[in-house]
Design a protein around this ligand. Structure first.
Ligand code: HEM
Length: 359
């Protein structure tokens, strides 16, 4: 009896440990191999084109995938515009006037739709684009797992709750990432994407002017020149997140942190005498370790709560749920001129035309 009970206990605990695994088993790298074999090269071409037009776009596209995945999972909810059924996430605190790159996803999606209509999800395109953006600026590559579907909902309130704020304490950031299945180390590696891109003055003004000793004085005075103290003044003025090489993927971000030259408070908090200091030091000394940890963390981030199987849908246009899209051929009218004929009566003779109308 006792052995039967303990066997049941083992089976139950195996079940528990499997059921708490992330959903990665449902995604696979060859998901479109037979249904759209050219999807990945098509997406890569669109991404390369966008990044060669504007190098900062690589940063924006990596961030877009992050802001998608942290809000109800990697389901392209961030891409939905306001509509009768959708309250868009685009205007939530962290996204409004900030998150960029939607037009690149739309372009890649249009190209992919033209070769395989209705097959490749917007959520998968965002994941592939993020990887291709990393590669385009000298960052690591990874094999993206595919098979995500698109949501039919969006949630600005979840965006406000689940996207990190620059003012958060280290412990709160660690908790937030751990609720998404990501470790402290994943969080530090992923924050390393601040080796790319720009931030607006409104996001780092507090850090420049709060008289803290946690910032290099020379760095603060340089940044103050383009970010005035008065709230509302120059809010949208940009500064590079990595002051040394903002357009290429390297480990300078971590070296900056050690010199107290992190731009955001949430950057510097990673090296502020607390538990993540040692990870920052490791990455500052070992760029290839940072690269491989970053790739692994991006893969784990891409696994956050995907919709699979019959959940959600494959949107035809990323910014609108299918139900609200105007059917493409609804309103075309075909007029066909039939053979004209002569019609005669007592008032004269007329040439008559007959049209066939098809809607
Ligand atoms: C740890 C918490 C994080 C906070 C508080 C944070 C906050 C921010 C802020 C405030 C900006 C500037 C936005 C603006 O001025 O409009 C920014 C930019 C950026 N973030 Fe983060 N971030 C965090 C983590 C991440 C992660 C995990 C990633 C990617 C996986 C990421 C990728 C980026 C990139 C690439 C940019 C530059 C975007 C551009 O130039 O368009 N961040 N972040």
């Amino acid at each position: 009896m006792a052995s039967r009970l303990s066997l049941a206990g083992v089976v139950f605990s195996i079940f528990l440990s499997f059921s708490s695994l992330p959903c990665q088993a449902q995604l696979s790298s060859n998901f479109y191999a037979s249904t759209c074999p050219n999807a990945l090269t098509t997406i890569r071409t669109a991404t390369r084109r966008a990044v060669s037009r504007e190098r900062r776009m690589a940063a924006s596209l990596i961030r877009l995938h992050f802001h998608d995945c942290f809000v109800q999972g990697c389901d392209a909810s961030i891409m939905l515009d306001n509509s009768p059924s959708i309250d868009s996430e685009k205007f939530s605190f962290n996204n409004d006037n900030s998150v960029r790159g939607f037009e690149v996803i739309d372009d890649a999606k249009a190209q992919v739709e033209s070769i395989c209509p209705g097959v490749v999800s917007c959520a998968d395109i965002a994941a592939v684009v993020a990887r291709d953006a990393s590669v385009a600026v000298g960052g690591p590559s990874w094999t993206v797992r595919l098979g995500r579907r698109d949501s039919t909902t969006a949630s600005p309130s979840l965006a406000d709750r689940d996207l990190p704020r620059t003012t958060a304490a280290l412990g709160d950031l660690i908790d937030l990432f751990s609720r998404k299945g990501l470790s402290e180390r994943d969080m530090v590696a992923l924050s390393g994407s601040h080796t790319l891109g720009q931030a607006r003055c409104v996001t780092f003004r507090g850090r420049l002017y709060d008289n803290s000793s946690d910032i290099d004085a020379g760095f603060a005075s340089t940044r103050k020149r383009n970010c005035p103290a008065a709230p509302g003044n120059g809010n949208n003025n940009l500064a590079p997140l990595d002051l040394v090489t903002p357009n290429s993927f390297d480990n300078n971000y971590f070296r900056n942190l050690i010199q107290r030259r992190g731009l955001l408070q949430s950057d510097q908090v990673l090296f502020s005498g607390q538990s993540t200091d040692s990870i920052v030091t490791e990455y500052s000394r070992n760029p290839s370790l940072f690269s491989s940890d970053f790739a692994a963390a991006m893969l784990r981030m891409g696994d956050i709560e995907p919709l699979t199987g019959s959940q959600g849908e494959i949107r035809r246009i990323c910014s609108v749920v299918n139900e609200e899209q105007v059917p493409k051929y609804c309103c075309s009218i075909k007029l066909t001129l039939q053979q004209p004929w002569l019609y005669a009566n007592e008032s004269g003779t007329k040439l008559m035309y007959k049209f066939e109308v098809r809607v």
